[in-house]
Ligand binder design. Structure first.
Ligand SMILES: *Cc1c(COP(=O)(O)O)cnc(C)c1O
Length: 499
């Protein structure tokens, strides 16, 4: 790596706009494809090029704005009010439901927790507050508990992903119960009505995390159990527009029931010598681009457009679920609701017919489709959850359906009967250095952690994204969580070392 001690700027930027953009385009060549249905997580492709163009144009028009201050830039207030209004209607909020546009699901979840704790304190809660949630709740709530210093009380789920005895955990220190509609790992639609009824009786707030599913389930064909603001006792709800709102990343909606309650979400101060600060969300200065893009997409699609795209997604989801159900040795986890599902090994067939979902995912990847590997989980006082492979389906999936189906079937045939990768074997092959790092544990020095990563081939000159992820996930399951977390931090930190 070369550095330029005498220059403040690297030569990369001392060049024409064409060359700059050429370099960017060349870098983008190395990315996973964002369009065309080959990546079944992270990206939500409507399959409509006009929608992407419209979003880009809208974002460009507001690019110079600072959405920090809707009084200086009133267009921002109009866009936000209209987006929140659309979300409120779609999610059956009454006149008492208000909300904010945030930068994404994680911010919506953090703010839901912060608001609920403030409401709990306003009701007389003192000391440390607790969040109760099924163990399938999104990691954003682990992050919220970490940043905001609450206890996260994870309730075990059964093998089908249903929470066991969640309402028994309510108590005076509980600031918030979180349920998902549906959960990310297994697409479980939690029993929102039962939980919210118990929480309402106990005077505890309920957040419905519909980050991934909200704008899909709201337009999903057919009947579902109620999970939105029609359920009494639901006090807040998050739904991401950069998922099934098809907007570019950086936009989600957080709705709250009750204006007084929602005002607790705001931060305001006039106690400094600068401009008076009033923020509904975490950021100060913030972009209006993702908001304008989401707003434009909503306006162009309208409810009929959302219904059409959702119906397309529903058909592709059903078709792929059926494909998996017909593959000997694999099965769906639980009873998935909405445009996502997880797949695990079918323990009900003999070992020689079983398909390990991670080996399967690696074989599918070799055939051009990226599925997402999810590690198994040891729950504190519930059954061990098997490792699984996750698929998120989008409207564009239908266009490549038969290709995906062929890949899913052929991949299963290639690994049927092959036992899962043993984490202990992978660990043994890492050798002494790895063992030293493991012993050092979560406080491993940065260089030692990096050396371990180099040894397993994830870092260093020869490192590339491995084309087999099953061994990596086996290590994730084998090592103690604090060690894994430390190594993952090192990996992600090292890839953005100043260059
Ligand atoms: C994606 C997601 C989140 C977090 O959202 P980000 O936009 O990735 O920050 C929270 N909950 C669920 C269920 C999600 O799927």
């Amino acid at each position: 790596m070369s550095t330029h001690p005498d220059e403040r700027t690297s030569s990369v930027f001392d060049t024409s706009p064409e060359t700059v953009l050429e370099r960017l385009a060349a870098l983008r060549e190395g990315d996973a494809p964002t369009h065309g249905g080959h990546v079944l997580s992270y990206v939500y492709d409507s399959g409509l090029a006009q929608i992407d163009e419209l979003a880009a144009s809208a974002a460009r028009i507001v690019q110079p704005l600072n959405a920090l201050d809707p009084t200086t830039f009133p267009s921002v207030a109009v866009l936000e009010g209209e987006v929140v209004g659309f979300a409120r209607r779609a999610l059956h909020g009454g006149e008492d439901v208000v909300g904010s546009v945030t930068s994404g699901g994680t911010e919506s979840c953090l703010l839901a927790v912060a608001t609920a704790r403030a409401a709990w304190r306003a009701r007389g809660g003192t000391g440390r507050a607790r969040i109760v949630a099924p163990s399938t709740v999104h990691a954003a709530f682990h992050k919220a508990a970490h940043y905001l210093d609450l206890d996260l009380d994870l309730v075990p789920v059964d093998a089908e992903g249903r929470a066991i005895g969640l309402v028994d955990r309510l108590g005076p220190d509980v600031a918030l119960v979180v349920v998902s509609a549906p959960s990310y790992p297994f697409a479980t639609l939690d029993d929102v009505e039962t939980v919210a009824a118990a929480a309402l009786a106990a005077g505890v707030d309920v957040h419905v995390d519909a980050c991934i599913g909200g704008f899909a389930l709201a337009f999903w064909p057919g009947e579902q159990p109620l999970w939105d603001f029609r359920v009494p006792g639901v006090t807040s709800l998050s739904a991401d527009l950069h998922k099934y709102g098809y907007a570019p990343k950086g936009v989600s909606v957080l709705l709250q029931r009750g204006r007084d309650r929602q005002r607790l979400q705001y931060f305001a101060t006039s106690r400094w010598p600068g401009y008076p600060v009033v923020n509904a969300t975490l950021l100060g200065s913030k972009p209006a681009g993702p908001l304008a893009a989401a707003w434009a997409i909503i306006a162009a699609l309208g409810v009929p457009g959302f219904e059409r795209l959702t119906a397309q997604t529903q058909r592709a989801t059903a078709a792929l679920q059926s494909t998996v159900e017909h593959i000997d040795g694999l099965r769906l986890v639980g009873d998935p609701v909405g445009p996502l599902f997880a797949v695990c090994a079918d323990e009900g067939v003999p070992a020689e017919s079983r398909v390990d979902p991670h080996l399967w995912a690696d074989e599918v990847r070799a055939r051009g489709f990226l599925l997402q590997l999810q590690p198994g989980l040891v729950q504190s006082d519930g059954p061990r959850l098997p490792h699984t492979t996750h698929l998120t389906i989008t409207p564009v999936t239908e266009a490549v359906l038969s290709d995906i189906q062929a890949a899913l079937v052929a991949a299963a045939d290639a690994v049927r009967g092959v036992p899962a990768v043993s984490g202990a074997d992978v660990l043994a092959s890492v050798g002494e250095l790895g063992a030293a790092s493991v012993e050092t544990g979560p406080s491993a020095e940065s260089d030692l952690a990096a050396a371990t990563l180099t040894q397993v081939g994830l870092l260093g000159d020869a490192a590339a994204v491995p084309d087999r992820l099953a061994p990596v996930l086996a290590l994730v399951e084998e090592l103690p969580a604090p060690v894994v977390e430390r190594l993952l931090v090192e990996l992600i930190a090292r890839v953005v070392e100043p260059r």
